[in-house]
Write a protein that binds this ligand. Structure first.
Ligand code: 9MR
Length: 447
């Protein structure tokens, strides 16, 4: 007997056809901008093609930070920043400048130097004038001040606030405005997406800056989110900032999940991306959404949160994930048709031998156009079957639920290859073939 049931590994199962409307056009039709953070050195090949075709705005992920542009005092390196700006101009895209005043990624000459408050203030003014001036007329919006608040809504203790007090924020905005009067000037922070102590503090600051006539044009809600945790008050929060008379942008959206990804998690992630984009689309003064990297091959998440990842709308092989469709749907598109997949891994369950009380089964995991670095196959038995022994996999059974993970030495399934494992089980009465589910970690491109 050789009967199979096929489980589809859903990561990367979506395909986008040439006829699908790019996200940037869907967004434009709604008066919004969809953007992505990019790494300037990668803007060629498929990465460049997608960044240019799908997005209407680029944010340099690191290239405009002080530590990058002035690694030694008075020595500047604009190479990557210039490249992002030139790419954006060539592709009719906006640029969000990121970021001028932050506590992180500053040059060591700055952070290890000992400065009087007046000297520090002078250095900051000079930095802002130099960088904003260099790109004058070419930057739509600047994240002037990044992450000024602590979680409890007090000012974060930083190089800037410790030496200069919170007044550095108004000064930075004023200096940036002087250097490029047409750029929209933002304060940007994380964990301020919902109504909470931190967003209340940001709200009070923006209201007070507006009252004082300080040039503040917008608020950036970063939105580094965890799967299933879109704050229910997101839209209300966007609206209250808009009601202060400033623009709002979602500036760094990603939705991380515990690895391995599976089809249920990816579907949940699609719903999360959709609800964030829809919340922005629903508020007139929400100008748009930027994702913090569009591909899982270029995301900060796995390095910072070990065991977490898959946080962006495209997989590591640049195939759109369900999250891509979630974004498209929130912008009024359909995100293209789903399977048949361009490349996928599948698991096939087979009964290879059977006797009066027991049987032998085999599961084959095959990949075509994709690869895996680890895998887990699960299924539910419908007729009381019980696994008694397994080889080439670590199997556990709890009630009807069976879960078999790779044995370590056989976690990797190459593109065009397959891996099998086997087991013995008992049966009684009938032995129907179950539906199997395959989960796994995608392998490296070409792996
Ligand atoms: O994406 C950036 C990553 O490559 C850097 O290693 C990291 C260093 O802190 O900064 C990342 O971007 C951050 C952004 O500038 C501000 N908000 C949080 C982002 C993720 O850390």
């Amino acid at each position: 007997m050789w009967v199979t049931a096929v489980g589809l590994f859903a990561a990367g199962a979506g395909t986008v056809h040439a006829a699908d409307t790019p996200l940037r056009d869907l967004a434009a039709a709604k008066g919004k901008v969809i953007g992505t953070a990019v790494t300037g050195t990668r803007l060629t090949g498929t990465y460049g093609d997608l960044a240019g075709a799908q997005f209407g705005s680029l944010t340099p992920g690191n290239a405009m930070k002080w530590g990058t542009v002035e690694p030694a005092r008075g020595t500047f390196d604009w190479t990557e920043a210039d490249r992002v700006v030139a790419f954006a101009q060539a592709h009719g895209q906006q640029v969000r400048g990121h970021t001028l005043v932050w506590h992180s990624q500053n040059p060591s000459w700055l952070t290890t130097g000992s400065w009087t408050p007046a000297q520090l203030s002078g250095l900051l003014q000079n930095h802002i004038s130099t960088e904003v001036g260099r790109y004058k007329g070419r930057i739509a919006a600047w994240d002037v001040v990044n992450e000024p608040f602590a979680e409890d809504g007090t000012y974060r203790s930083t190089l800037w606030s410790d030496a200069l007090g919170p007044g550095y924020i108004a000064n930075a905005l004023t200096w940036a405005h002087a250097a490029d009067p047409d750029a929209e000037l933002y304060i940007n922070d994380y964990n301020v997406e919902g109504v909470n102590a931190k967003s209340n503090a940001l709200y009070d600051l923006v209201r007070s800056l507006k009252q004082q006539g300080v040039p503040i044009d917008g608020v950036g809600l970063q939105a580094h989110l965890v799967l299933g945790q879109v704050p229910p008050t997101l839209r209300q929060n966007i609206q209250r900032f808009a009601d202060l008379g400033v623009d709002v942008a979602i500036t760094e959206l990603d939705v991380r999940m515990q690895l391995p990804a599976d089809s249920a998690k990816l579907a949940g992630q699609a719903a999360d991306f959709k609800s964030v984009v829809a919340a922005c689309a629903a508020v007139t003064r929400c100008v748009g959404v930027t994702v913090w990297g569009f591909t899982d091959a270029d995301s900060w998440v796995p390095d910072t949160f070990p065991g977490y990842g898959a946080a962006t709308p495209y997989d590591e092989n640049y195939r759109p994930k369900p999250a891509y469709q979630g974004i498209a749907q929130a912008l009024g598109g359909d995100g293209g048709t789903t399977p048949p997949p361009a490349g996928a891994c599948t698991a096939a369950y087979a009964v290879t031998g059977q006797w009066s009380t027991g049987f032998t089964g085999q599961v084959r995991i095959s990949c075509s156009g994709a690869s895996l670095s680890s895998w887990k196959v699960s299924w539910g038995y419908g007729a009381g079957q019980q696994v008694t022994q397994a080889w080439n996999a670590a199997c556990t059974q709890s009630g009807a639920a069976v879960s078999c993970a790779d044995a370590g030495y056989n976690g990797s399934v190459p593109d065009g290859g397959s891996v099998t494992f086997g087991f013995n089980a008992s049966w009684n009465g009938s032995n129907p073939v179950p539906a199997v589910t395959l989960a796994g970690t995608p392998g490296r491109p070409g792996g």
